[in-house]
Design a protein around this ligand. Structure first.
Ligand code: IVH
Length: 689
């Protein structure tokens, strides 16, 4: 290809790549797979390598720059980046409205626009003739830091503003223009200069994935997604920023480009190529604001990112401006916050919780306190490294935080309030009479011989009866504890010899419920083999591996006799897992447990994959991220039906990684191992849905 042809092709490729970025991030749609998009990007990279003067600053290839910055330049904001006054109640909203009405001439018509308040990090973006020129942090409100190199790595931020002509055929855009016909004048061509403001954030899923990885590596954990967002935007090495999957919501256009309402600013930002908040409401009065606030509070936990309330502002831009600024906040807007998800309380005790594999998790027992409407009395401390990082001690006053999870985290210790003589927590040498060890390369401590510990036994019984194992209804941890305390069961096999008469005498156990429980246990004697294998609680053997083992061996007997080598040759099973399975079955106690189970009448059905169509025979799939048209379980079942395998981790043996929305670290691993990555659409084609 000669230079002229290459130039044309590069321009077309850029347009196409950006169009798919727009569809994915702004319109939430995917027309081509990630793999296909990657190959378009790859082609562009190759062209630019061959003809370096074809590189333009806004080329999608320029998102990741490799050179660490010496420092950040300071930039003065054209308009100060203000903050918002807070309201926590209906009364405070009423007071705010009264203040507004007092300032405005009588009968000035106005209404409100309400939207989510994203718990992230504010950024100002300046586009000149459509191209991203500056990205600045809020700083002190007047002067911020120039972080464009880092911001460029965020895919949901366009490097060039989209022009209306490029997207006006999209259904969503047509609807927008019909609703706001005046908008056309403002967005038909890129403004000479235009400032967009919005919030950088990280999804809860991405946050959890990062902390999980860090915990595995024994690295200190991040307290919340906002800290990662803020930290990585202010990283001097842009490669780091790229690593951390950040996103951006635009919520304001501060340049006057002829837009009359805040609602239309959202629409304009969307047309320009930004993701905008879609949980919004045009409110006529206070009551509607309150209704929206309640509605959002209800769906808060289910949102994929953290919010700390709603932002309400006067919708009419002219009226909003007329209301002016009081102190550092605009009078025409308010943050209507939710009850705090952070609270301060005291650590009464640090205890260890034993998991079924013998892992010991330190947990802080707290003075009970209400956080975001839920009473909390425990916080996980993860492992010893985390305790050391926080330096938390019994008696300490701590800030705790619930980030969507039930078990909260301790964010910080208020050391000035520490009682004198508070001692640092030490991991005991023994637990439950057994020695405590920490294996090389692991962050966690564990019990050397977990099978000998009564607490571990209880955890194992809980696992045995859980939903994906024996699924015994009506048998929760409380009843299991009582059965163990009364000496009625020593292990899960004993459940099958329980009689109604054994449990009826237990306090608060009605005749009827005793009979129901026994019936529910007995009904699970005939059981699918994968459930039994999973229920055994073998280290590293999750549901998927249990299915692989069942499919390979067909019966429990054959699995019991398998050599380490045979195990290692099963697709998806690596050396470590094979070793763990082999060792489990070598242990005399475990063999006895299986014997006892069978003796008590448990009968695992021999297992065969009922595959009519072997289309995917021998191909291993790894799923990551959310799917839209089918649930993960449906996808897995369909793949298996067609003879394919599912694995939880990516290896060289993986055939395809299916990347849905917000894919996790598996995607990175796939790229590293050069495993083929496909999107949901490709998967649907493969499985014929
Ligand atoms: S409007 C005067 N809309 O909240 C600033 N702000 O507490 C008005 N924020 O620094 C900005 N989501 O970073 C607005 N939908 C939203 C927001 C939002 C989050 C942040 C923003 C600002 C802070 C003020």
């Amino acid at each position: 290809m000669d230079y002229r042809e290459a130039k044309k092709r590069a321009a077309k490729l850029r347009k196409e790549i950006d169009r798919h970025r727009y569809l994915y991030h702004v319109l939430d749609r995917q027309e081509i797979s990630d793999a296909a998009l990657d190959s378009l990007k790859h082609e562009l990279v190759e062209l630019e390598k061959k003809f370096p003067d074809l590189i333009t600053p806004d080329s999608p290839t320029q998102r990741v720059s490799g050179t660490p910055l010496p420092g950040f330049k300071k930039v003065r904001h054209a308009l100060p980046m203000l903050s918002l006054n807070d309201a926590f109640s209906e009364d405070e909203i009423a007071e705010w409205e009264a203040r507004i009405k007092k300032v405005l001439p009588r009968n000035t018509p106005f209404d409100y626009f309400a939207e989510l308040k994203i718990d992230g990090f504010a950024i100002s973006l300046i586009y000149e003739n459509g191209a991203l020129k500056t990205a600045a942090t809020r700083g002190d409100g007047s002067i911020g830091e120039e972080v464009r190199e880092n911001i460029k790595t965020i895919d949901s931020i366009p490097l060039t503003l989209t022009t209306l002509a490029e997207i006006e055929k999209e259904r969503e855009i047509k609807t927008l223009l019909k609703k706001f016909p005046d908008l056309k004048n403002s967005v038909s061509r890129p403004p000479r200069s235009c400032e967009i403001r919005g919030e950088i954030y990280m999804t809860k899923q991405a946050f959890e994935a990062i902390n999980k990885e860090r915990s595995k590596k024994g690295l200190p954990l991040f307290a919340n997604p906002r800290n990662i967002a803020a930290g990585s935007v202010r990283q001097l090495d842009p490669r780091q920023t790229a690593l951390r999957r950040l996103e951006f919501f635009a919520y304001d256009i501060t340049t006057d480009i002829g837009i009359k309402t805040h609602e239309e600013k959202h629409a304009a930002a969307k047309i320009f190529g930004f993701k905008t908040i879609d949980v919004v409401k045009h409110c006529g009065d206070k009551k509607e604001i309150l209704d929206f606030w309640r509605e959002v509070l209800k769906k808060r936990e289910k949102l994929p990112f953290l919010i700390d309330g709603i932002v309400v502002q006067v919708n009419q831009v002219r009226v909003f401006e007329r209301l002016g600024v009081v102190g550092k906040a605009p009078r025409g807007a308010i943050a209507f916050k939710f009850p705090a998800e952070e609270a301060v309380t005291r650590v009464q005790e640090i205890v260890l919780q034993a998991g079924r594999t013998g892992v010991l998790t330190p947990v802080a027992v707290l003075e009970p306190i209400s956080v975001g409407g839920v009473t909390v009395s425990r916080a996980t401390l993860h492992n010893m490294d985390e305790i050391k990082r926080l330096d938390v001690r019994v008696g300490d006053t701590v800030i705790i935080q619930r980030a969507g999870d039930v078990i909260p985290d301790i964010v910080r210790v208020l050391k000035n309030l520490r009682p004198t003589g508070a001692k640092a927590f030490r991991m005991p040498r023994t637990f439950c009479g057994e020695s405590v060890v920490r294996n090389m390369g692991e962050a966690a401590h564990r019990i050397a011989h977990p099978e000998k510990c009564a607490l571990v036994t209880r955890e194992r019984i809980c696992h045995f009866v859980s939903k994906n194992a024996f699924d015994i209804q009506g048998l929760g941890p409380k009843i299991i504890n009582r059965l163990c305390d009364e000496g009625l069961i020593q292990d899960a096999a004993d459940l099958f010899s329980l009689k109604a008469g054994d449990i009826k005498p237990l306090e608060r156990f009605a005749e009827k419920s005793a009979e129901n429980l026994i019936r529910s246990i007995q009904s699970k004697k005939e059981i699918e083999l994968p459930r039994v294998i999973y229920a055994l609680g073998i280290l590293h053997v999750g549901e998927e591996t249990a299915l692989d083992l069942a499919a390979h061996f067909g019966t429990l007997k054959k699995l019991e006799r398998a050599s380490e080598e045979e195990l290692e040759h099963i697709p998806n099973i690596g050396g470590v897992v094979a070793r763990a399975i082999y060792e489990w079955f070598q242990n005399e106690k475990n063999r006895e447990f299986i014997k006892k189970l069978l003796h008590r009448g448990v009968h695992p059905q021999s297992y065969k994959l009922h595959t009519k169509n072997y289309k995917l025979q021998g191909i291993t799939f790894v799923l990551t991220g959310g799917l839209e048209t089918l649930t993960r379980d449906e996808a897995k079942a369909r793949i298996r039906e067609l003879g394919g395998d599912i694995s939880e981790s990516v290896s060289k043996k993986t055939g395809y990684v299916v990347a849905g929305k917000d894919p996790g670290s598996k995607l990175k691993q796939a790229e590293k191992l050069r495993v083929k990555v496909i999107g949901e659409k490709d998967l649907l084609k493969l499985i014929g849905s």
